[in-house]
Design a protein around this ligand. Structure first.
Ligand code: GLY
Length: 552
């Protein structure tokens, strides 16, 4: 090495180091208390994975309508040495579940059976995932990372307007479960603003998890309590179901858009496949160079095709053959893109296959980057707001209603209007198909860490967040961009009021799109951006929600 190149390296070294470590911690979550608790864990010497455990557990306490230890989720992790993994903590169907369990004697779905009460609940994955992440990737003991959640469960948090909206929506289901009503309602009604929700029983359950790890929840006292309460109320969980629950580590799914690499979640989520398909179609259709009416048209058409494939092919790849490589191959995606009429909408009925759901604001997402360069995108859920509405005895655990994410009957829409096929039929131990899409994007503009709740609309929201990033917009635009959505069936282009101007609406109507303005906005995106070239770290929380982003 010459003197000159040594000098050059020396001068460059600080920049290179900067590229490897952001030197700042950034967190965006759906609740200010979760963001603050995550920062507290980082300040105490924890890494992004410890903070992810803290944030997940605090969200479980303060956003009981979105996620919880009675639910599950997907944690996408990037370690600073480049190791990436999906921790799949998705719920599983109990051993006594069977494909027709929600159908009546005529083979028709029994209303609400897969949504309300303990029969709607899959075996939770979140407690196992938290113990796994802390043990394998964290620096702090699980008990330390869970401490803020235990404190908040015991001491309470304040009812917000969003809490009121969600509780109002699920008032009936919550009132069916005396334990749920006692915790989340006040005299059977939505509690007033500022009312304190205390969950001392949940605090004790979290303490057992903190002390005994995985087994604290899945074996022994809590497991007995859960199974007894579920069975007494007509559910089918057994001790073996709980003892047998395991998280699965999966390699993330990778795809490309121009110079960018997309990293997302494989089956049992449909998110990664659909995102990669949509982006690769857009690349072939030269979306980047298109003008507004054409851009919206192309977006709808790629959404339609990706959601058709979701409905037709996707399910738990541990149980059914999911042709992931084929569905994301350049040849197949080129063929899909070639089928798009550049001028006119393709009626969904002209595409072969089945259909898929409409999204709400349940579920939750957070994004974390630590100063060393570890990062996490995680989307967690108990499905419908307040899950099944059922709290299991004195465990304080609110159970999910994730069983509704299976296709209860092929071709019949679920709570989100999504339809599915055989690949997503119910089977014992199987994971139900998800739309959760925690994702990373890396490329010339830096690293993006993002995701959102929103049922079937999750994937199209993440797509639109990524497109803002590709257009060079700031992180605030990724989370706030007015959104559109199409999911193949129903054949409707949904849009937020600000998403499409009058001339755009006229143009799209003229191309044959069926338009429907949403009564309210949707999604609650949380995103972090690390620009390795400049060392700049920014974060944003969706203005539609009550969350907070913090960079320190
Ligand atoms: N329960 C929402 C999802 O997994 O997509």
């Amino acid at each position: 090495m010459t003197q000159l190149s040594r000098l050059f390296l020396l001068l460059l070294l600080p920049t290179l180091l900067l590229a490897e470590a952001p030197g700042k911690n950034a967190i965006a979550t759906a609740h200010p208390l979760a963001t603050a608790a995550g920062q507290q864990t980082l300040a105490a010497g924890g890494n992004a994975f410890d903070a992810a455990v803290t944030v997940s557990a605090v969200l479980a306490v303060v956003e009981p309508y979105s996620s919880g230890i009675g639910g599950g989720g997907f944690w996408l992790l990037h370690r600073k040495d480049g190791h990436e993994v999906v921790v799949d903590g998705r719920e599983t169907a109990p051993a006594r579940a069977h494909r027709d369990m929600y159908l009546d004697q005529h083979g028709e779905p029994i209303p609400n059976l897969s949504m309300d009460g303990p029969l709607a609940a899959g075996i939770p994955g979140e407690p196992a995932a938290l113990a796994h992440i802390a043990g394998r990737y964290g620096k702090l003991p699980l008990s330390q990372s869970l401490a803020p959640a235990i404190h908040l469960a015991r001491n309470g948090f304040s009812v917000t307007p969003h809490y009121q909206k969600m509780a109002g929506w699920r008032l009936e289901a919550l009132n069916v479960s005396p334990a749920a009503a006692a915790i989340f309602l006040l005299h059977g009604e939505v509690p007033p603003l500022g009312h304190t929700i205390r969950q001392p029983q949940l605090a004790s359950t979290l303490e057992l998890l903190a002390q005994r790890g995985h087994d604290g929840f899945y074996r022994g006292k809590i497991a007995h309590m859960l199974v007894e309460a579920v069975q007494q109320a007509g559910g089918i969980w057994t001790m073996e179901d709980l003892a047998g629950y395991q998280v699965v580590e999966r390699p993330p799914l990778k795809g490309h858009y121009g110079d960018y690499t997309i990293t997302s979640v494989p089956p049992p989520s449909s998110g990664g496949i659909a995102l990669i398909q949509m982006l690769q179609m857009l690349e072939r259709l030269d979306y980047a160079a298109a003008e507004p009416p054409q851009r919206s048209h192309l977006l709808v058409e790629v959404m339609r095709r990706a959601y058709r494939d979701r409905a037709h092919y996707l399910g738990d790849s541990d149980y059914v053959e999911v042709p992931v490589d084929h569905l994301t191959s350049p040849e197949y995606v080129t063929r899909l893109a070639a089928g798009i009429d550049p001028e006119l909408a393709t009626p969904s009925t002209l595409l072969p296959g089945y259909g898929s759901p409409v999204g709400g604001n349940d579920t939750t997402h957070f994004s974390i980057l630590d100063r060393e360069g570890n990062y996490v995108a995680a989307t967690l859920s108990i499905n419908y707001p307040f899950g099944s509405g059922f709290v299991a005895g004195i465990s304080g655990v609110l159970l999910n209603d994730e069983m509704d994410d299976f296709s209860v009957k092929p071709g019949v829409p679920n709570a989100y209007g999504l339809v599915g096929a055989e690949a997503n039929a119910i089977a014992p131990g199987k994971r139900m198909l998800s739309s959760m899409s925690p994702s990373f994007v890396s490329g010339p503009g830096g690293t993006a860490i993002l995701g959102t709740p929103g049922g079937s609309r999750i994937i199209t929201m993440v797509l639109q967040g990524m497109l803002e990033y590709f257009d060079g917009k700031e992180v605030e635009s990724w989370v706030s961009r007015p959104r559109i959505h199409h999911q193949y069936l129903p054949d409707i282009l949904y849009f937020e009021a600000a998403a499409l101007s009058e001339p755009l609406l006229t143009a799209l109507h003229g191309r044959g799109h069926i338009l429907s303005e949403a009564a309210s906005s949707w999604g609650n995106m949380q995103a972090v951006h690390w620009d390795e070239r400049t060392g700049r770290v920014t974060a944003a929380s969706d203005p539609r929600g009550e969350g907070r982003a913090s960079v320190r």
